[in-house]
Write a protein that binds this ligand. Structure first.
Ligand code: NDP
Length: 400
């Protein structure tokens, strides 16, 4: 019997809520709390007659620690699942410390005024969580998240050392719009318009945005252009996986997305520097978010599949070895099951599983951890059970 406080009521939260309600044995009680309470109530109204999980809702501004603390003191959750935005991570961690609640999120903290993606701010909480006897799991979505669990699984079962990792994130879905983002537009555009980078021989190598392009033929999706991006899990995996010489992250983008993005960048619409407009300050990227389609509305119109996974090259018993593990997810199947497209689904399912790992004691360890620091086996088993089955290939095509 456990109580989870879910913060956020957007695309990813919707999937977390559905999945917790499918898993009432573990999640006997959930409270959905977000800035706009009507969105929380909508999920409750849709699900409360179809699940044994008791659902309550609340309004909370997660940038306000005293408000979070008051809510946690009243609801008394065992874990807080943070699926609001990266800006709220530290505030929610502060409230968890004060109220003795375990913590889990899907994206690293970002300061609102700089697009900077690193774990330093959250790793600085390690000692405080350890002393309080609380567990914080960082990045339990798909990437970061499942990709880290895939790495831990490869390390545990197949390799003595892993020298090369390529994380490949392919979205072969089509929503029919010339330009839309599959998760929060502000966070997505900050990520893809930042400089690219990868880790080689223990050092970060920086590239221009979208400078490095490769083509890869993805199982069940086909050939796609993919581009090297900076991605937060590179930082923790380079420390936690033994023998890494190089680790990179690639994501696929269609030509229409890239052309629109370039144009929006060129006219200044992706900037996070505030400007004055008709006497008030606005942030161009936040204005752009307001005119773009809401990612939560893409579900019914998105067709096709995602394929996300990791390719490893390393050594086992002195011999070279390669291994590829990936999940394929169908946008329409996700929509039928939980009313969301596959990007929200592939993020929300691992968030529920990560919380279940902590609540059932499998990943309960005081401190602040990235997912690859825990035993991957129960998580891998749960992926198969809860909607994200994985496929292995021991002779994959490598990325040059
Ligand atoms: P959405 O924009 O759809 O939802 C965000 C939700 O958070 C909204 O309900 C919003 O409220 C709420 N929120 C924002 N600010 C506050 C606040 N101050 N207090 C309370 N609630 C707040 O985003 P997504 O669902 O697409 O993404 C959620 C998270 O998942 C993000 O952190 C994103 O980076 C992460 N993510 C991780 C992935 C992974 O694989 N690891 C992949 C995709 C996303 P309101 O409705 O009022 O705006």
């Amino acid at each position: 019997m456990s109580r989870a406080l879910i913060i956020g009521a957007g695309g990813v939260a919707g999937v977390v809520i559905h999945k917790c309600c499918q898993n009432s044995e573990v999640f006997t009680d959930i409270c959905i709390a977000s800035r706009t309470k009507s969105k929380c109530d909508k999920f409750r109204d849709e699900l409360q007659d179809k699940t044994k999980t008791n659902i309550t809702t609340a309004q909370v501004n997660a940038d306000n620690v005293p408000e979070l603390v008051a809510l946690m003191k009243e609801y008394k959750p065992d874990i807080c699942i943070n699926v609001a935005l990266p800006y709220q991570d530290l505030h929610i961690m502060d409230a968890c410390l004060e109220c003795k609640v375990d913590y889990l999120d899907t994206a690293n903290y970002e300061p609102e005024d700089t697009a900077k993606f690193e774990y330093s701010w959250q790793w600085a909480y390690r000692e405080r969580f350890e002393k309080a006897g609380l567990t914080a799991v960082l990045g339990s979505g798909f990437d970061p998240g499942v990709t880290g669990v895939f790495c831990a699984y490869a390390q545990k079962h197949y390799f003595d050392e892993i020298n090369y990792i390529d994380i490949l994130d392919c979205n072969g879905g089509d929503h029919g719009y010339p330009f839309a983002t599959n998760f929060n537009p502000e966070i997505n555009i900050r990520e893809v318009s930042a400089k690219g980078s990868y880790i080689q021989d223990g050092k970060w190598v920086e590239t221009e945005p979208m400078e490095i392009k490769r083509v890869y033929n993805f199982d069940q999706v086909g050939e796609k252009d993919m581009y090297l991006l900076h991605h937060e899990e590179l930082e923790s995996l380079a420390l936690n996986i033994k023998g890494i010489k190089r680790i990179r992250f690639f994501m696929t983008f269609g030509q229409s997305y890239l052309t629109h993005l370039k144009c929006l960048e060129n006219v200044g619409m992706t900037s996070i520097e505030p400007i004055m407009y008709e006497g008030r300050e606005i942030v161009p990227l936040q204005f752009l978010k307001a005119v773009l389609p809401d990612p939560a509305s893409l579900g019914p119109r998105t067709v096709g599949k995602t394929n996300i996974g990791c390719i490893f090259k390393g050594k086992k018993d002195g011999k070279d070895k390669t291994y590829y593990v990936y999940n394929v997810c169908d946008h329409q199947e996700c929509y039928k099951e939980v009313g969301s497209q596959a990007i929200s689904y592939t993020t929300g399912v691992p968030a529920m599983i990560g919380a279940m790992m902590v609540l059932t004691g499998k990943w309960k360890r005081p401190g602040v951890y990235n997912v690859e620091e825990f035993d991957p086996d129960p998580f891998m088993e749960a992926l198969n059970k809860w909607g994200l089955p994985w496929t292995e290939n021991f002779d994959p095509v490598l990325v040059d």
